[in-house]
Design a protein around this ligand. Structure first.
Ligand SMILES: NC(=O)c1ccc[n+]([C@@H]2O[C@H](COP(=O)([O-])OP(=O)(O)OC[C@H]3O[C@@H](n4cnc5c(N)ncnc54)[C@H](O)[C@@H]3O)[C@@H](O)[C@H]2O)c1
Length: 266
C-alpha cells in the first residue's frame, strides 16, 4: 500500500541517484504523492526516461544531470530548482557505488578515493549545495542513504572502502542534524539491507573468492520473510515517511530497512 497521493503536495524534493534502483523508486513515489521532484543523476539517458514517465503520469519533474562529486554541478542543479519552483523541502542524498571489493592490500589508493568521493564526499556536497535553499524555505527534511554494511554488518570482507563510506554517512547525518535543527531542517539516515538494483554493475570484484567469512543465516536470509530480500519500494516508503510532516519530531537517527537481516550478522 502506498501513501496518499496528495500527501506531499506543495513540497519540492531533490533526489540524487534517481535514474536507477532505490533512488528511482523514491523519486517515482514522491512524485506520485504530489511532490515536485528534481531527479539528479550522472546517467542522463536513464534519468530522462524516469522523468518522462513521471511527467506522462501527470507529475511535476525536472531531470538535472549532475555528478555528486562536483560542487559546481550540484550548485547549478539547485539553482535550476530555485528558478523553477523557488523552494526546496526534501533532499535525498542517495547516489552511491559499491566500488572495488578486494583484499585490503589490493585496493589501490585512487580506488579507495573514488568510493569515498562518491558516497561520502558526494553526500556532503549534496547537502551543502541544498542548505541555503532549505533554510530560505523555512525548514525541510534531509535523508541520507547509508547501508547496514559498515554500520551493523561487518562480515563482507573486501568491502572496506564502501563500509567506511557508509559509516561516515551516519556520523555526518548526526552532526548536521544538530547543526541544522535550529533551522527546522531534520536529518535522518536510512540503512537498507540487500535490494536487487543495478548496484552490482558498479562493483569490481577482485580476487575476493574465499574472502568472505562463512557467515550462515539461521532459518533463511531475512528474518522477516524467511528468505527473500525486500524490493526498492519498501525503502521508498520509509523515505516518504521521513520526508513527510508525519515524522516532524524525528531527526538525527538511523532507520534500518532490512527485515531484521543486519541483526543477525554483526
Ligand atoms: N541495493 C542495495 O542492496 C543497497 C543496500 C544498501 C545501501 N544501498 C545504497 O543505496 C544507494 C542507491 O543504490 P542502488 O542500489 O539503488 O544503486 P543503483 O546502481 O541501482 O543506482 C545508483 C544510481 O546512482 C547514480 N550515481 C552513481 N554515482 C553517481 C555520481 N557520482 N553522481 C551522480 N549519480 C551517480 C547511478 O548512475 C545510478 O543511477 C547507494 O548509496 C547504495 O550504497 C543500496
Amino acid at each position: 500500500m502506498n501513501p496518499p497521493t496528495d500527501s506531499l503536495v506543495e513540497k519540492v524534493a531533490l533526489i540524487t541517484g534517481a535514474a536507477s534502483g532505490l533512488g528511482e523508486a523514491t523519486v517515482r513515489l514522491l512524485a506520485a504523492c504530489g511532490a515536485k521532484v528534481a531527479a539528479v543523476d550522472r546517467d542522463e539517458a536513464a534519468l530522462q526516461r524516469v522523468v518522462d514517465d513521471i511527467i506522462n503520469s501527470g507529475g511535476s519533474a525536472l531531470a538535472l544531470k549532475a555528478d555528486v562529486t562536483s560542487a559546481d554541478q550540484l550548485a547549478a542543479a539547485v539553482e535550476q530548482i530555485n528558478q523553477a519552483w523557488g523552494r526546496l523541502d526534501i533532499v535525498v542524498a542517495n547516489a552511491g557505488i559499491n566500488g572495488v571489493w578486494a583484499r585490503l592490500e589490493e585496493i589501490e589508493p585512487e580506488e579507495w578515493d573514488q568510493t569515498l568521493n562518491i558516497n561520502l564526499k558526494g553526500t556532503f556536497l549534496t547537502v551543502r549545495a541544498c542548505t541555503n535553499l532549505l533554510k530560505n524555505t523555512g525548514g525541510g527534511s534531509v535523508i541520507l542513504m547509508s547501508s547496514g554494511m559498515g554500520t551493523r554488518m561487518f562480515s563482507t570482507s573486501g568491502s572496506s572502502a564502501y563500509a567506511t563510506s557508509k559509516a561516515g554517512m551516519v556520523a555526518f547525518g548526526r552532526m548536521i542534524a544538530l547543526e541544522l535543527a535550529r533551522h527546522k531542517i531534520r536529518v535522518n539516515t536510512i540503512c537498507p539491507g540487500a535490494f536487487a538494483t543495478n548496484i552490482v554493475k558498479s562493483t569490481t570484484f577482485r580476487n575476493n573468492r574465499n574472502l568472505h567469512l562463512p557467515v550462515l543465516f539461521p532459518d533463511g536470509k531475512v528474518p522477516l520473510t524467511g528468505g527473500p530480500n525486500g524490493s526498492p519500494i519498501q525503502v521508498a516508503r520509509v523515505v516518504w515517511f521521513l520526508a513527510s510532516d508525519l515524522s516532524d519530531f524525528v531527526t538525527g537517527t538511523e532507520v534500518y530497512v532490512d527485515g531484521g537481516q543486519s541483526l543477525l550478522v554483526g
